[in-house]
Design a protein around this ligand. Structure first.
Ligand code: KG4
Ligand code: ZN
Length: 348
């Protein structure tokens, strides 16, 4: 079965084709990726300091058809070779989701194919199966994106239990807001981690929110406020030396990343202990963070669990994860979860 995946939940238009043959033959799942195309709108939204929903919707409309052509071309396939169409049903921006849904449903109707709405986070959650080292069910998933921070027990395709989540800001949101405080462009996650690599640990004593809360929930808004307080304190000193300012920014970024990573790792360890799982997967945009990966690797060695990552290019939003999740869903449920004709989306 060849599944077309369409992702338009936020500021990336992603299109991909996934062939389930390798999955069904227990071959490495990434071999099923036949073609993929992605357009990021980040440059367009940057001047506004965040995603402008209306601009996002319009740009998805402009991009989706050419991206489909590119994907078919890469795969050496025609529209008639497609067997099913998966699209992101939610969560995300309503207008942006509607573009993908309307596009997928119309194409499905025109080609007389089944379509299936995929939960965006399920896409992230299953994407580590496309990596080099594949986790065994059941596993714990640490989902850290711009909109979500969750620990999930994954017992199989479609079998997910939420163990804990953020009570306020998502991890990626904390990265982006902190980046803004340090004068970095939106979205600042990757820029902060680069800056942090140049910084010294331990200069600032930032809080590690809910580290000892006893549950698996998170809270990051206090951390962001602590960063803001340090910035204000520094600005009050009136320092103008550019080297000193650069060092301050790097050290603060380092302390911020250290604090956030410490909480994410500690709660992941706790989830593994509680459930007895031996496999952890990292998913979502913040999963691209190298400090987080290094800390999880160290913990895995010490605590004897295995940690798995999606390929770095599949950490942030993309069409492959939607094609893949849709394909696994259809296989698992014998096409049972395909959706009806309406452009049904679930923004929240
Ligand atoms: O999963 P994703 O592409 O979109 C959502 O579903 O939200 O995640 C985007 C988030 C942004 O907040 C971005 O700043 C963050 O992932 N991010 C990073 C890194 N790369 C992207 N955060 C930390 N370190 C990175 N290297
Ligand atoms: Zn995402």
């Amino acid at each position: 079965m060849i599944v077309l995946g369409i992702e338009t939940s936020c500021d990336e238009t992603g299109v991909a084709l996934y062939d389930t043959t390798s999955w069904e033959n227990h071959a490495p799942a990434h071999q099923g990726i036949l073609g993929q195309a992605l357009h990021s709108q980040i440059a367009m939204h940057r001047d506004y300091g965040g995603v402008v929903p209306e601009l996002a919707s319009r740009d998805h409309i402009r991009r989706v058809l050419p991206l489909l052509d590119d994907t078919l071309h890469e795969a050496g396939l025609k529209l008639r070779d497609i067997d099913a169409i998966a699209y992101t049903q939610g969560p995300g921006l309503a207008g942006a989701l509607l573009v993908g849904s309307a596009f997928a449903k119309s194409l499905a109707q025109g080609l007389n194919l089944p379509s299936i709405g995929v939960h965006h986070l399920e896409g992230h959650l299953l994407s580590p199966l496309l990596g080099g080292s594949v986790p065994e069910f059941p596993f714990i998933a640490l989902l850290v994106s711009g909109g979500h921070t969750q620990l999930m027990l994954v017992s199989g395709v479609g079998k997910y239990q939420l163990l804990g989540e953020t009570l306020d800001d998502a991890a990626g949101e904390a990265f982006d807001k902190t980046a803004k405080l340090l004068g970095l462009d939106y979205p600042g996650g990757a820029a902060i981690s680069k800056l942090a690599e140049k910084g010294q640990s331990g200069r600032f004593d930032l809080p590690r929110p809910m580290l000892h809360s006893g549950d698996l929930d998170f809270s990051f808004s206090g951390l962001k406020t602590a960063v803001l307080n340090q910035v204000k304190k520094f600005e009050a000193l009136g320092i103008t030396d550019s080297d000193e300012i650069a060092t301050f920014h790097a050290d603060l970024a380092r302390s911020f990343v250290d604090a956030l990573v410490a909480v994410l790792v500690s709660k992941s360890e706790k989830a593994l202990r509680q459930t007895g799982c031996k496999h952890l997967v990292l998913a979502g945009g913040v999963g691209a963070n190298l400090q987080l990966r290094a800390a999880l690797n160290a913990s895995a060695k010490k605590n004897r669990f295995e940690v798995h990552y999606p390929p770095v290019n599949l950490c942030t939003d993309n069409g492959v994860m939607i094609a893949f999740a849709g394909a696994l869903r259809m296989l698992a449920e014998n096409n049972g979860s395909t959706t009806s004709g309406a452009f049904d989306i679930k923004p929240r």
